[in-house]
Structures are given as C-alpha cells and as structure tokens.
Design a protein around this ligand. Structure first.
Ligand code: S3P
Length: 439
C-alpha cells in the first residue's frame, strides 16, 4: 500500500520574507501540449515539476515526443508537428489531473490512432460527459463508464471531425480548451461560447505559437488551417499556489511577504479581488508581460478581514482558491457568503462539503449550501481534519494553523505533490511550524 502523508501544524506564527512559488500548473500543461504539436524546438522555463504537469509530460513521451528535462524547471520539447504524435503502446495514466484528461480527450479525438485515458480514484470519479458530449457532436468516438467517468476509450477519428458552435452550460476552461484542441483537427470552424470568462491560457498560448484563434466577445473560434510554430515559454508562478500565502499573510498578525513573478492574468486574479473586498492589504508591484502573460510581484501584509457576500462574477476567476478563501472567511469578522460555485463540488474533492466538515471540526460555524457556503468568522480551535486526497484542502488547513488555538493535524496530504511539492518547506521557511509525517 502507498504511504499516506500527514501534516501537523503548531498554532500561531506569521509569514515573513520573500518567495517565488512554483510555476503555473495550467500553463505548464499547455506548454507540453502545444510544444509537442509545434514544428521546431520549444524551450520552457519555470515549468511546474509536480505530479499533474509531469503526468502530461509522460503522456506525450508515451506518444513519441522527445522531451529533455525538466532540470530546475527547464525543458526542451522537440515538437513533432500537428500530425506527428504516435500511438501510445499502453494506456495513458494521468494520475489526479483533470486538466490532462479533459484537454487530451479533445486532442486525441481526431488522431489516427486509438487511446485509453485513466486516472487515480479522484479523477476516475470526476464528470467527463462535459467533454465527451460536445466532442461526440463533432463526430468523436469516446466511451466512458456508465456514470460518465474515466477510463476514456478513444477511437481516433482522423479527418472525420466536424466543427461545432458550442455554448457551454458551465464556465469551464478545461471544456473550452478541450474543444479548441479538437477544433485544430476538425473540418470547418469550431466555436465555444462561455457563460462567464474563464482562464484563457490556451488561447494566449495558441496565439504565441502563431496559430490563428478568433475572439469575439465571449466566443472563441478555431479551425484546422493553422500550424504551430515553436516558441519559447517562460511560465510565471502560479497564483493558485501564491493564494495560500496571500491568505496566510493576511490572517496572521505581523506578516509581511513579497511573492515574486506571480502570474496575474485577469482571468485568474479573483483571489486578489475577493481578499481586497474583505479588507486585505495586497499591493501589485512591477507589472510586466512575460511571454504573453501578465506577471507582477505581490506584497501582502497582515490586515484584519471582514466578511462579505462574494460577487458571483468573481467565482470563475478564483475557482481553485475557494478552499483557502474559506479559511480567510473563518478568520474574518462577520459572515461571508459564497453562491454560484456549484462547480466546487466536482473538483479533486467535493470542496464545499470537505471544507465545511473540516471547518466545523475546528470550531467554525460553516454551513454548506448546494452552490457555496455561509461562514461565520470566529476563533479557530484545533483538531484532526481530512483532506480527502485534495491538495488544495491540505494546504488550506495548514494555513489555518496560523490562527489556530491548538495544533491541527491534516490527514491524506500526499497529493500536495500534484501541484506544490515545495509547499511544506516553503511555508516553514516563511514562518509556519509545519511537520510532515509518513504513515
Ligand atoms: C483548469 C481549469 C479549471 C481549474 C483547474 C485547471 C485549466 O477547471 O479548476 O484546476 O487548466 O484549464 P474548470 O475549467 O473545470 O473549471
């Protein structure tokens, strides 16, 4: 049986100093995918060396792409061109990574070979019909389980896909990106309209690789006429990883932290906007554009927070940050209410239920609702919580330790390695007393 990891945090502390958190997960996945399909050699720096992005990397090696590295976040991808992937000899195992599975399903639907996509227990429970249904409308042949989950058995339909004009029922960058990748192999135009803005890294990177993408308001369109020209990529730090420190420094008196080179793409900065509405003191410094993505240094100091009604328009822009925003809400004065976030129920865990359960164990009045949570700020106690194998839950409850009265033990933390293997060492060096144990 594989080992389970437990984090134990001692109460109190503050976060002080400077840090550069690891590379953006979404951009790292896409750098492999587009670099592999490009003509020429792509150099990547700042690549996230964590399990999710490495699962994407391995999948492309399994399809015959030569990728050197990563060494200190640097990679060289020897692109095989849009039609150069080879049939994998075995199933492609994607671990915990929803992004890998959903984006690859679109890309593989139009290849001249068959493939099978599998994942771990969490990924095998996540909804895949949101991609397989629109792909089927394009002519793809993808079989799921009866429940609409992985494994995905893909029969490649090279030359047989047709573009669709798809209006997404939910705000999902994974679904949008999946269909854009399929659209690179479909006859005619493939368009996706989103109900609210979602992360646009795929569109930006396609443009960076000289592939034509048309954006008209909330509708993005692509066709199969283009090709990808290799381009170097500098991956910024992941704002979703920075979020733990933005919240940690905001809630722990005496904190003063500088986070360097963080990606501040406007489709990702909901966490800054929400924290500022709560009274956080976050300064965005040295704004610049690196490889088509906006980047800045973020300076955050402690500030007392107040409860708010979270504007629904910010939900897709902060979708991965709610676990740690719930910790901010628990430390705020008054009530915080989140609505319009039912997507949280189908992430790596049911993040509404799992966070509400853990907060209640810590003595916080947290009421889960169908599409969000109502949290009454108050003193955080201590105790034992379970992350349910969800990396962001494990890191969020670690951060809660900064304001806890007694130690917090967090079980099931091994999946922190999917997005942020350095978390425990970094948070410790900045001032949280965290000890990691194996069982
Ligand atoms: C991601 C999109 C989001 C996000 C996930 C990464 C991506 O998922 O939660 O962590 O890289 O496209 P949805 O698009 O399903 O909301």
């Amino acid at each position: 049986m594989s080992k389970t990891i437990t984090f134990k945090v001692q109460p109190g502390g503050r976060l002080q100093g400077e840090a550069r958190v690891p590379g953006d997960k979404s951009i790292s996945h896409r750098s492999i995918m587009l670099g592999a399909l490009a003509e020429g050699v792509t150099h990547v720096k700042g690549f996230l060396e964590a399990e999710d992005a490495l699962a994407t990397l391995q999948a492309f090696r399994d399809m015959g792409v030569q990728i050197d590295g990563p060494v200190n976040g640097e990679l060289t991808i020897h692109g095989v061109g849009k039609h150069g992937l080879k049939a994998p000899e075995k199933e492609l195992y994607l671990g915990n990574s929803g992004t890998s599975m959903r984006l690859l399903s679109g890309l593989l639907a139009g290849q001249p070979f068959n493939s099978v996509l599998t994942g771990d227990k969490s990924l095998s429970g996540r909804p895949m019909k949101r991609v397989t249904e629109p792909l089927a409308a394009m002519g793809a042949d993808i079989k799921t389980t009866e429940k609409g989950t992985a494994p995905l058995h893909i029969t490649g339909k090279a030359g047989q896909l047709t573009g669709i004009d798809y209006v997404m029922p939910m705000a999902s960058a994974q679904v949008k990106s999946c269909l854009l990748l399929a659209g690179m192999y479909a006859q005619g135009e493939t368009s996706v309209t989103e109900p609210a803005p979602t992360r646009d890294h795929t569109e930006r990177m396609l443009a960076g690789f000289s592939y034509p993408v048309k954006q008209q308001g909330s509708k993005v369109s692509i066709n199969s006429d283009g090709y990808l020209k290799a381009a170097d990529i500098d991956v910024p730090s992941d704002i979703s990883s920075a979020a733990f420190f933005l919240v940690g420094a905001s809630i722990a008196p005496g904190s003063d932290l500088l986070l360097r080179h963080v990606g501040i793409n406007p489709t990702r900065t909901g966490v800054i906007d929400i924290l500022k509405l709560m009274g956080a003191r976050i300064e965005v410094l040295n704004e610049r554009v690196v490889g088509g993505e906006p980047v800045a240094d973020l300076h955050v100091v402690y500030s007392p927070l107040k409860g708010i009604e979270i504007p629904e328009a910010l939900v897709p822009l902060a979708i991965d940050e709610f676990p740690v925003l719930f910790i901010a809400a628990a430390c705020a004065e008054g009530q915080t209410r989140l609505t319009g976030a039912e997507e949280l129920r189908v992430k790596e865990s049911d993040r509404i239920q799992v966070m509400a359960d853990g907060l209640q164990i810590l003595g916080i009045n947290a009421q889960p609702t169908a599409d969000g949570m109502i949290i009454q700020g108050g003193p955080i106690g201590g105790g034992e919580v379970i992350s349910h194998g969800d990396h962001r839950i494990a890191m969020s409850f670690s951060i809660a330790g900064l304001r806890a009265a007694t130690p917090i033990t967090i079980h099931d933390c091994e999946n922190v390695n999917t997005s942020f293997p350095e978390f425990k060492d970094l948070v410790k060096s900045l001032g949280l007393d965290l000890v990691c144990g194996e069982m």
